[in-house]
Design a protein around this ligand. Sequence first.
Ligand code: PLP
Length: 283
Amino acid sequence: RVVFLNGAFLPADEAKVSVMDRGFLFSDGVYEGVGILGGHLVDNEPHLERFERSMREIQITNPHSRAEWTRLEEELVRRNGVAEGFLYIQITRGVAERDFMFPKAVDPTVMMFTQAKSIANSPAAETGVAVITVEDQRWRRRDIKSVSLLAQVLAKQAAGDAGAQEAWMVEDGFVTEGGSSSAFIVTKAGNIVVRPLSNAILPGITRKSLLRLSKEAGITLEERLFTVQEAYDAAEAFLTSASNFVLPVVSIDGRPVGDGKPGPLTQRLRHLYLDMARVPAEA
Ligand code: PLP
């Protein structure tokens, strides 16, 4: 496997980063994750747009133009021959003597890798996944895709320990989002409910595309907060992310959602999304 590190494509085991990297010492960096389907990057433009925004928000100088990022991503996918899977991009503030304040004149550390895996025909899409709810212990700028993911690591480990696949994080009784996904429910009236964008959640790219597709399909959408109890009582539930697309949620805290099987609207939305994702974006 080849990875990209600071301008070079290298065998993964030769790509090394200093122990003084601020990503390692302070989680001083941001990242992005993009799905790969049929050898192309899904929704890549909005992912790069969010990546650029994350860099701006933490004042890392973006070392590449949009066209350069795209070329580097596509070259890595091509070199690794990935037809289906995931591309990870990370940038940190760089390597410097340990000091909280920004170092002057350091180059950021830029790294990308790919993972080949089946994401369109995943078994979880057929069976649905279980989620548990946990307290949202994160900071207040969750709109920035920061590499500081300790709260999510603990939340998702708690989910795994409980035999679930995702943790839905809860603040003041309302679901914020999943550990690495956006959270949705479907009401008994057939409306989609999703939390509105704010600093409390990451602006999911899959969420955004799915909302556009739902509107085009004439499905009623309620962008509002929802409680854990509402999620228990929902007709259907699902999550979205770049590496899972649309995934049915069939139980929450051990209680079956609806009849405990992937819901019909969820399956329709998954197909709508996949039909869109299979078509490469216009250059
Ligand atoms: N929310 C969080 C906290 C995430 O980490 C992710 C993805 O990793 C998402 C939502 C889903 O975002 P996207 O659809 O852009 O992958």
